[in-house]
Design a protein around this ligand. Structure first.
Ligand code: NAD
Length: 423
C-alpha cells in the first residue's frame, strides 16, 4: 500500500481530470469505508482528499462503503456506492453516464444509493441499498459496441472483486444485455434477459405501480371523483412514462405528455387519440390534476413548488425533489399531494429482486396491487399524525432498514471488513 496521497481533488474536477490524476499517481482503485467499520484505513491506495470529498458530499449519509476503479483499458471510472446492507447485500441499478464534474457524479450516486435503501426497505424485500455508476471519461454517447462489451466485462470483474457486497441491476442507459455481459464475469447481477432466466425490462411494472399510486391517491383525497375526470400530465414518455400515459388513458383520464424526443411524443399521440403534447419548458404553464415526473430527478426545487398547477405530484422519476424535506413541506403547504418517489416507483427493483428464486408474474401483480393499499395506508397515517406523506414514508423506511436479513444478518459489513483485511 502506498503512502497517503494528497491530491487536489475538489467537487469541480471533471471525471477526465480525475482519471488523469489517478493515472499520474499510479492509482487504479480505492475505497472510502465508514469509520464504524474500519478505523480510517481505506481499501487500496490512500486518497485523503478524495476520502474527504466523498464524506463531505451531500447525500453521503453514512454510507458503509464507496468503492471505485479507474479502468485504463476502457477509459472509464467505475463507482459502487454501498449505503446500507442491513436487510441484505446492496442492490440498485448501474448507470452508464458521463458527468460534468466529480461532484455531480458523487451527488447522484450517493443520493440514489441511499434512496435504494429506503425503497428496498418500504418494499420489504431482503436487499440493502446501493447504486453504481460507469462513467466513460469522454461521455457515454459515442461508445461503440466493442468498447461497450469490454466496459461491461471489466466492470463485471470489478463487481466480482467486491465479493457480493453489491449486486448490479439495470438503470439509466443500461440494458438486460449489458447485465448478461456482467454475468459473464460474476454472479452478482440481476435484471437479466428472459432468455437467461431473468426478469428483463421492469418498466411496465414500474409504471403499473405508479399508476396504482395515482388511483389510490385520488380515491383517498377525492373519494367521490372518478379517475376518468382527471387530467394527467406525464413528463417524459420513455419506457415508464409511456406506459403511465397508456394506463391513465385506458382509465378514461385526459392525458398530456411532454418529452423533447419527438418520436416518443408522436408515438403516444398516434396511439392515444385526443392526447395533447405540451412543450417541455411549458409544463408549469398548463393546468392538470396529476403531474407525473417520469424523466429525470431534481424537477421540483424551491422555485418550481410555487409554479405547479396540479393537485398531485405522482411520478416514476427518482429524486424528484431537490430537497426532500423542504419541498415536501412546501408542497403540502400548497395543498399539493406529493407521493414520495421511493415509495411508489419500487416495482423496478421488486421485479428483479427475487430473480434467483425464479420469476413468477403472480408475485409482481400482487406487489403492484400492494402499492395501492400501501398508499392508502400512507395517506391515512399522514392525516392522523399531521405529517407529510414524505415524513411518514421516510420514518417507515428507517424503521424497516434497522431489520437485519432474517437468515444472513448484516453480512455486508462482514464482507467489507473481509475485503479490507485482504488488501
Ligand atoms: P427513459 O430513458 O426510457 O425515458 C426518459 C424519457 O424522458 C425519455 O423519453 C427522454 O427523452 C425524456 N426526457 C428527458 N428530459 C426531459 C425533459 N426535460 N422533459 C421531458 N422529458 C424528458 O427512462 P425510464 O426507464 O422511462 O425512466 C424514467 C424515470 O423513472 C427515470 O428517472 C428513472 O430513474 C426512473 N425509474 C425508472 C424505473 C424503471 O423501471 N425503468 C424504475 C424506477 C425509477
Amino acid at each position: 500500500m502506498s503512502d497517503t496521497l494528497q491530491i487536489s481533488i475538489g467537487p469541480k474536477i471533471t471525471p477526465n481530470d480525475f482519471f488523469l490524476r489517478l493515472k499520474e499517481l499510479g492509482v487504479s482503485r480505492g475505497a472510502v469505508i465508514h469509520p464504524s467499520i474500519s478505523a480510517g484505513q481505506p481499501l487500496g491506495e490512500h486518497l485523503t482528499a478524495f476520502d474527504e470529498l466523498i464524506r463531505g458530499s451531500a447525500g453521503y449519509s453514512d454510507h458503509e462503503a464507496v468503492f471505485f476503479m479507474a479502468d485504463a483499458e476502457t477509459n472509464c471510472l467505475y463507482f459502487v456506492f454501498v449505503h446500507n446492507t442491513s436487510r441484505g447485500m446492496a442492490q440498485g441499478g448501474t448507470r452508464f453516464l458521463g458527468y460534468p464534474t466529480m461532484g455531480d457524479m458523487l451527488f447522484d450516486g450517493l443520493r440514489l444509493s441511499r434512496a435504494m435503501t429506503e425503497k428496498n426497505s418500504v418494499a420489504q424485500i431482503w436487499w440493502g441499498g446501493g447504486k453504481a455508476i460507469i462513467c466513460p471519461i469522454d461521455g457515454h454517447k459515442n461508445v461503440d459496441s466493442d468498447r461497450r462489451k469490454r466496459i461491461f466485462e471489466n466492470y463485471g470483474k470489478f463487481v466480482a472483486s467486491l465479493n457480493g457486497v453489491y449486486v448490479a441491476a439495470e438503470d439509466m442507459n443500461t440494458t438486460p444485455e449489458d447485465m448478461q455481459t456482467i454475468l459473464s464475469q460474476n454472479r452478482f447481477v440481476t435484471c437479466l434477459p428472459k432468455s437467461a432466466g431473468g426478469s428483463s425490462n421492469p418498466s411496465p411494472w414500474t409504471a403499473g405501480g405508479v399508476f396504482q399510486a395515482m388511483l389510490a391517491s385520488v380515491k383517498f383525497a377525492e373519494p367521490d371523483v372518478p379517475f376518468k375526470d382527471k387530467t394527467v400530465l406525464v413528463q417524459g414518455v420513455g419506457n415508464v412514462g409511456s406506459t403511465i400515459a397508456r394506463l391513465a388513458y385506458a382509465a378514461g383520464a385526459t392525458v398530456l405528455v411532454a418529452d423533447p424526443y419527438q418520436p416518443a411524443v408522436d408515438q403516444i399521440l398516434k396511439e392515444l387519440p385526443g392526447t395533447k403534447a405540451v412543450a417541455t419548458d411549458a409544463i408549469f404553464d398548463v393546468d392538470c390534476d396529476i403531474f407525473a415526473p417520469s424523466a429525470r430527478g431534481g424537477v421540483i426545487g424551491p422555485d418550481e413548488v410555487g409554479k405547479l398547477r396540479c393537485k398531485y405530484v405522482i411520478g416514476a422519476a427518482n429524486n424528484q425533489l431537490v430537497d426532500d424535506v423542504a419541498q415536501s413541506e412546501a408542497l403540502a403547504a400548497r395543498g399539493i399531494w406529493y407521493l414520495p418517489d421511493f415509495f411508489i416507483n419500487r416495482m423496478g427493483i421488486v421485479n428483479c429482486a427475487n430473480e434467483q428464486y425464479g420469476y413468477l408474474e403472480d408475485d409482481l401483480e400482487a406487489a403492484v396491487k400492494k402499492i395501492y393499499d400501501d398508499v392508502l395506508w400512507l395517506l391515512e397515517e399522514a392525516r392522523k399524525e399531521g405529517k407529510t406523506p414524505y415524513e411518514v414514508a421516510i420514518m417507515q423506511a428507517r424503521k424497516l432498514t434497522t431489520e437485519s436479513h432474517p437468515i444472513m444478518g448484516h453480512r455486508g459489513l462482514r464482507i467489507i471488513k473481509d475485503l479490507l483485511d485482504r488488501y
